[in-house]
Design a protein around this ligand. Structure first.
Ligand code: PRP
Ligand code: MN
Ligand code: MG
Length: 184
């Protein structure tokens, strides 16, 4: 699939599965079940987080509920600008709920930083983040991320939800994109 477009496999399907199970076990310890605040609420950020969200939810040994937000940052398709707009908002009120934002990747951190500020104004009981990937060298803003799957180098990666121009999300692994694809 996508013959010649993927330069290398950075994180295999098996590694993703393994790390997701570890993250789920660690996250589950933080949230009491049967709390008056209700089940943990996972807020997935469309579209990139969908694959991680569904695998992570199934790996968690505690009951969760799921909501989704779609946000878009203006700018080029390989880097984000920090200007964020809501394409799809949450369907439900999150006041008093334990909320865990689920992201596929933190690149500059601008999307997440904006999102956390936005959700905090809605007064959740708690607000934390789990992300499968993070690029420490690309971070532009100070954003607190409680749970990180993998720190990766500042390369353009695709697969397992991550796209380039909406392609490659359906790859089951994280791969680096051959620069020829984006004219590099
Ligand atoms: C990507 C990715 C994160 C965000 C990270 O989403 O899924 O949500 O960018 O970038 P940042 O840390 O620099 O803000 P994108 O806006 O491409 O939308 P998508 O999830 O629909 O692909
Ligand atoms: Mn995204
Ligand atoms: Mg994208």
């Amino acid at each position: 699939m996508y013959e010649g477009d993927i330069a290398s496999v950075l994180i295999s399907e098996e590694q993703i599965k393994q790390r997701t199970a570890e993250l789920a076990a660690k996250v589950a310890e933080r949230y009491p079940t049967g709390a008056p605040e209700g089940d943990l609420l996972l807020v997935g950020v469309l579209k990139g987080a969908i694959f991680f969200m569904t695998d992570f939810a199934r790996a968690l040994p505690i009951p969760t509920q799921m909501e989704f937000m779609a946000v878009s940052s203006y700018g080029s398709s390989t880097s984000s600008s920090g200007v964020v707009r809501i394409l799809k908002d949450l369907d439900k009120d999150i006041a008093g709920r334990h909320v865990l934002i689920v992201e596929d990747i933190i690149d500059s951190g601008l999307t997440l930083s904006w999102l956390m500020r936005n959700l905090r104004t809605r007064n959740p009981a708690s607000l934390e983040v789990v992300t499968l990937l993070r690029k420490p060298e690309a971070i532009k803003v100070d954003v607190e991320v409680a749970h990180v799957g993998f720190d990766i180098p500042d390369e353009f990666v695709v697969g397992y939800g991550l796209d380039y121009a909406e392609r490659y999300r359906d790859l089951p692994y994280i791969g680096t994109l051959d620069p020829k694809v984006y004219g590099g």
